[in-house]
Write a protein that binds this ligand. Structure first.
Ligand SMILES: Cc1cc2nc3c(=O)[nH]c(=O)nc-3n(C[C@H](O)[C@H](O)[C@H](O)COP(=O)(O)O)c2cc1C
Ligand code: SF4
Length: 510
């Protein structure tokens, strides 16, 4: 039977995918054409969503963006059989935006039915878990170390070292805590992975459990992601029923299970120690380090805290080998980078490329310039605590070292584009106001300094004693960097200072 794929993912749904799916089912019934409707995840080509795909035994054909009003016309021109329609995009390889990427983590995204274990296995799923079940914990940790995998949640800490610490810390109970809070502006890779390929995350968590001796994993999911929650709940139940989770993983006698917890709707709850407090039912206040969560984490027990993409990568590494992963990338940035393109961009979405690809390639070749058609002026990389980059720095290769060299950071790979109507003093104010709103309140520089920062920026924006106020702003930034307990306060000066140094005219010529 012909399979017709219509994404169930949040972005596609926001663009009308649910109504498109219903219209296709109704139109097929009216035309007497038997179809199997599959609600897949998204391939991340959001500019083509809702992206409808047809699989008829000769591969896939893509149509997009399909609005509900397009459905009768599609059928009139022969859909779902071979047809010539203005929305026809050809095979996946005909869409350059998709074909030129190096899809590793997102290889299955949008291709499979996210909750079908059969689909997952037909595309290489659970091979990593099967391999890990036959290995000693230290051997699994050694593979992760050899792969060069670094944490994808922002700080890029080597994953193997974190796992080694948990493995080496004796305890009756250890935990794997998956950070799926994804609070950075312009990021959606975690959500996309959970909605498009959830077993990859569950498999990675089980591998982390086998590597470190943890028997329980918790996913701390952003509460604003109801669709990801639905998919994960279904996937966890089916994985448990299939023996991929539970007391006896694939008949090995080894145990690992996963519970889903909803986040508390605060940016700071993505900071790892704050997340631990939230998971324990407390207010999301940052904890002092040391002790490291790897030694004394959830409920005082050794805990691996990793981002969704980090854990997902572990399944690929165990399946394909450390060498295959370490062979991709640039310098000590191994594997691929999943860039999330958003803001004022013509072709927004998720692009997976090898580390080292210049930012400008993403902006121009994949992004296609601004959505407004105006000149691009500033690009924020690395979320709300990242850096605003001017055009002179857009050729910077996207890898950890190159970004550090230009005073930036890749963070979770969010890239937000602004055209020439942007006011960078107001963007600097946004960073301070964000910190004031989201500060956990534990330390004074961040709690009070960010409020004062907004006031000073308001004076600058209001053309009030500009030079003196820029001095005060710089002093405040120094205090935030020197006196903050965590990276929330410590990194807030980043966007403010990058705006000041790269776009001084927006502060001084008001
Ligand atoms: C204010 C703040 C917010 C953060 N938000 C997230 C988040 O939403 N998701 C995430 O994975 N890491 C977030 N992090 C980083 C985590 O503290 C932690 O480094 C990460 O989850 C570790 O996983 P990794 O090693 O796989 O990157 C945040 C850090 C800070 C300081
Ligand atoms: S820097 Fe801000 S968010 Fe971090 S601990 Fe201090 S008050 Fe809390």
């Amino acid at each position: 039977m012909i399979r017709v794929f219509v994404p169930r993912d949040t972005t596609a749904a926001a663009l009308g995918a649910d109504r498109v799916a219903a219209a296709i089912v109704a139109e097929a019934a009216r035309s007497g054409i038997p179809i199997e409707l599959v609600r897949n995840g998204s391939r991340g080509a959001f500019w083509l969503e809702p992206l409808v795909e047809v699989e008829d035994g000769r591969g896939r054909r893509l149509f997009g963006p399909v609005n509900v009003e397009d459905v009768p016309g599609l059928f009139a021109s022969g859909f779902p059989f071979d047809c010539d329609h203005p929305l026809a995009q050809g095979a996946p390889d005909d869409v350059e935006w998709l074909a030129t990427q190096q899809r590793v983590t997102f290889a299955r995204a949008g291709v499979i039915d996210p909750v079908s274990i059969r689909d997952y296995m037909a595309h290489g799923g659970f091979k990593g878990l099967e391999a890990a079940l036959g290995m000693a914990p230290q051997a699994i940790v050694d593979v992760i170390k050899a792969s060069g995998l670094r944490g994808r949640g922002g700080a890029a800490f080597p994953t193997g070292i974190k796992w080694q610490t948990v493995l080496d810390t004796p305890a009756a109970q250890k935990y794997i805590a998956c950070n799926a809070d994804e609070g950075d502006s312009g990021t959606f890779a975690d959500r996309l992975l959970m909605e498009a390929d959830p077993y990859q995350l569950l498999e990675g968590m089980a591998i982390a459990g086998l590597a470190t001796g943890a028997t329980l994993g918790l996913i701390y999911l952003r509460s604003e992601y109801p669709r990801a929650r639905d998919v994960l709940e279904q996937a966890i139940a089916l994985a448990r029923a299939g023996g991929y989770l539970g007391d006896d993983l694939l008949g090995s006698g080894k145990a690992f299970d996963i519970e889903l917890r909803l986040g508390a709707n605060a940016y700071i709850c993505g900071e790892e120690t704050s997340m631990l407090n939230s998971l324990e039912g407390r207010r999301g206040l940052v904890r002092f380090k040391p002790p490291l969560p790897a030694i004394k984490g959830l409920f005082g027990q050794p805990t691996v805290i990793n981002n969704v993409l980090t854990l997902a990568a572990a399944s690929t590494i165990l399946s394909d080998g450390a060498g295959a992963y370490a062979g991709l990338g640039a310098g000590d940035s191994k594997g691929t980078l999943t860039v999330q393109l958003s803001g004022n961009i013509a072709r927004g979405g998720l692009v997976e490329v090898p580390f080292g690809t210049p930012l400008s390639t993403l902006l121009r070749e994949y992004g296609g310039g601004t959505a407004s058609g105006r000149a691009m002026r500033a690009v924020m990389v690395g979320g709300p605590l990242g850096t605003y980059l001017p055009e002179s720095l857009w050729d910077t290769p996207l890898d950890y070292a190159s970004f550090a060299d230009v005073g930036g950071m890749l963070g979770h790979g969010g890239v937000v584009v602004f055209d020439d109507t942007v006011d960078m003093a107001r963007q600097a104010r946004f960073a301070m106001a964000f910190c004031a709103l989201e500060s956990c309140g534990k330390c004074t520089p961040c709690r009070v300094g960010s409020v004062r920062g907004v006031e000073v920026l308001d004076k600058i924006i209001g053309n009030n004693d500009i030079e003196n106020n820029i001095k005060v702003l710089n002093d405040l930034c120094d205090t935030l960097v020197d006196g903050s307990l965590c990276a929330m306060g410590g990194l807030t000066p980043h966007p403010v200072r990058s705006a000041l140094s790269h776009f001084p005219e927006d502060f001084r010529d008001r």
